[in-house]
Design a protein. Structure first.
Lengths: 145, 393
């Protein structure tokens, strides 16, 4: 029996975080979901600093691009530059469909790029697909704690 | 100072008539006097300066601001031709009239070619006033034309800028509108799924309206983005075989064509210089409309192209419900629709996109329809794009 999967959602829009929680509640009720609203807090969480000193290392990060304080690409670059963070898979989850955002994300080492779907059915289906693939089919790196 | 001319202001300098500021280039005082006399005889009021060499001429240009230059060709140290050089170098548009003894045709023609306005022989000075009048008139007309051209260029520039601004605005607005709208759409949908039948009947209905409205607005914004992208995507032009494009379009639309039992006929189509994706979009939109606005009979659509002057003229003819002539222009305006959404679905973006694509490619698009006997959409594409480099054929 594997332990509960931990997901970190970095998104400044609480409505999106709620939707993701709603979606995962159905398909992955035992998934442990944390969320932070900006890039600075995301890195604090990942590096277990400040008020996140007790945070546990997530198995997967869902990262929005358009974030306050430090943008998603910045967070991604910082993660991939840090030896203990670089192996955590990162899914860029953004409304941007700009080719340059997509390209830049992969260049910086994103594990995949997913456009936020416009309607609920697709949004739920996408979250379910992410959960099933990363927490089902894929073998994740060891947590190394 | 050797070069500065002698001031020869006319004694009757105060008069109702503005004085003509003339600059004479002349080394012979008597000849200069003859010239001025010829002018005064014709009721010209002249304020004249005389220059004898280049330095004097250049200075007089600055201090006297002449309206006309009357130059002898043969001067001790320089020639009338050099007067023209100075004017050209200083970018001055001042009529220069050669007033000289016999020059010979070759030299005279050469001077005119270099920019002299006219040539008057010293023994025919009676002609001079008329020549000056004409030169001044021509210069006035030239300046009017120049100003009109400048104004036009400025307007064109402003228009291009405001067009670009508008395009940028449409893009940013529709892009940024998507984000909050996504929330409205998702949450009204969530409301309707989770609370259907748990509130009262009205609540279900209201949530349904809100949800539908949000979804429709999403489609509208997508369309608007597609429309504004036509102006942003640029420079993907290549030699495009329209037969191949048609094949692709028919393949993409095969389900819709089959569903309506339509027959699509086409003649051999040309290769044109265009953006392949956009060309395919135009054909797809036009054929799509022909399928959508069909009559009682199964649609028969024929696509052809013929060469007309410097353009290829394409036509897409159908046997559908047709378009009343009074709407022939309206239908190309963005979000203009002639039918209720329940009658025929759509947002009224397809033809607007076609129009934008075709016009950006240097062509025109229009519709010919007798009302009920179907419609024929026609568009033109230049045979050779004006900005295409030659030698690539």
């Amino acid at each position: 029996m594997k332990s509960a999967r931990r997901l970190l959602i970095v998104d400044d829009n609480p409505a999106d975080v709620t939707l993701a929680r709603e979606a995962l509640e159905v398909c992955a009720p035992d998934c442990e979901i944390n969320s932070v609203p900006d890039g600075v807090e995301a890195l604090a969480f990942l590096n277990r600093r400040d008020k996140h000193a007790e945070a546990l290392r997530p198995d997967l990060v869902i990262l929005d691009l358009n974030l306050p304080k430090r943008g998603g690409l910045d967070v991604l670059a910082a993660m991939k530059a840090g030896p203990h963070l670089r192996r955590i898979p990162v899914i860029i989850f953004s409304t941007s469909q700009l080719g340059r955002d997509v390209a830049r994300s992969y260049e910086l080492g994103a594990n995949c790029y997913v456009c936020k779907p416009g309607n609920l059915t697709e949004f739920f289906a996408t979250m379910k697909a992410i959960e099933q693939f990363w927490f089902g089919s894929a073998t994740l790196p060891p947590r190394g704690e | 100072m050797s070069g500065v001319g002698i001031k020869l202001a006319a004694p009757s300098s105060v008069g109702p008539k503005p004085k003509l500021r003339a600059l004479l280039v002349e080394d012979n005082a008597l000849d200069a006097e003859l010239v001025l006399r010829a002018l005064r005889k014709d009721s010209f009021e002249v304020s004249a300066l005389i220059a004898q060499d280049e330095a004097g001429f250049v200075q007089a240009l600055r201090t006297h601001c002449p309206e006309v230059i009357l130059a002898d060709y043969n001067l001790p140290n320089w020639t009338g031709m050099e007067v023209l050089n100075v004017l050209r170098r200083q970018n001055l548009d001042i009529p220069m009239i050669l007033v000289s003894g016999a020059l010979g045709d070759v030299l005279a023609v050469e001077c005119i070619r270099q920019g002299a306005t006219d040539y008057v022989l010293k023994d025919a000075l009676a002609r001079l006033p008329e020549v000056i009048r004409r030169a001044l008139k021509e210069k006035y007309e030239r300046s009017l034309r120049h100003q009109a051209e400048e104004n036009l260029a400025k307007k064109v520039d402003e228009l291009a800028r405001s067009n670009a601004d508008l395009e940028q605005f449409a893009y940013v607005a529709s892009h940024d509108l998507q984000e909050p709208l996504r929330m409205v759409a998702a949450y009204t949908q969530l409301l309707s799924e989770r609370y259907k039948g748990k509130l009262d009947e009205n609540a279900d209905k209201f949530i349904g309206y809100a949800s539908e409205g949000a979804l429709r607005m999403q489609v509208l914004i997508q369309d608007l983005l597609a429309f504004s992208r036509v102006g942003r995507a640029n420079g993907n032009c290549a030699n495009v075989d329209c037969n191949a494009v048609m094949e692709e379009v028919l393949k993409t639309m095969a389900p819709a064509i089959q569903e309506s039992a339509a027959v699509v006929k086409r003649t051999n189509l040309p290769s044109i210089w265009a953006d392949r994706t956009q060309m395919s979009q135009v054909l797809q939109n036009l054929i799509g409309n022909a399928l959508k606005f069909r009559g009682k009979e199964p649609p028969v659509i024929s696509v052809q192209a013929e060469k007309a002057d410097q353009h290829w003229r394409f036509s897409v003819r159908d046997n559908g419900i047709g378009i009343a002539p009074e709407f022939a222009e309206n239908i190309f305006v963005v979000f203009q629709r002639l039918h209720a959404r329940t009658e025929y679905p759509g947002n009224g973006i397809g033809l607007a996109i076609c129009k934008k694509i075709i016009e950006r490619a240097g062509g025109k698009i229009w519709v010919e329809s007798e009302g009920s006997g179907g419609s024929t959409f026609k568009f033109t594409i230049p045979v050779q794009s004006p900005d295409r480099k030659d030698g690539m054929a």
